[in-house]
Design a protein around this ligand. Sequence first.
Ligand code: HEM
Length: 199
Amino acid sequence: MGCAISGLAAKAEFGERTTEDAAAAAHPREDQIQMIKESWKVIRDDIAKVGIIMFVRLFETHPECKNVFFLFRDVEDLERLRSSRELRAHGLRVMSFIEKSVARLDQLERLEALALELGKGHYHYNAPPKYYSYVGAEFICAVQPILKERWTPELEEAWKTLFQYVTTLMKRGYLEESNRQRQLALSPKERPDKRNTAL
Ligand code: HEM
């Protein structure tokens, strides 16, 4: 493990937020956007590696997250996961999303739509919002050694802001989808939007 913001510390740093504040998300400032883009040019050469490190760390620091993944829930030896093709593929999917997010930092409405959809998808993956905020801390721990002396407190703050922004939107998407599914499960008589207003 060995990264100060990982694990328990991450809960305070990233704010283990609940559903009430899923509505408020501050996007990165212009100077932070430039910093993120510059650092991404270095990080992207190692995305497969970062994806694996990030998820192995997540499972180490928050073992309860492993249960969400059908393929990994019974794996006891996390070292074995480092060479797993499935974890590599999953890590790459998540990192590709981060790549898309970085590319859309100049079109925040598109990034917002993307993150909302991702949150809706996570409702169907049974991955609840309380876990999302852990990922940014593990990402930061995984990329710090790659950026070496280029890593600064300001850059850390910029990446934290981006993760906070994306995961807050994901939470909102998750909640919207969960409400939609609840409405669908109600019988037509009980559905509030099905009242017959015709004379
Ligand atoms: C910053 C946080 C996260 C991001 C950006 C993210 C991103 C993604 C992406 C891009 C996919 C691929 C499928 C799709 O596009 O819908 C995915 C799938 C999935 N995610 Fe996440 N995720 C995050 C957090 C989590 C957490 C914390 C969990 C569980 C504890 C989780 C569980 C899953 C599962 C079960 C799938 C489906 C299986 C798979 O595609 O391999 N995700 N996620």
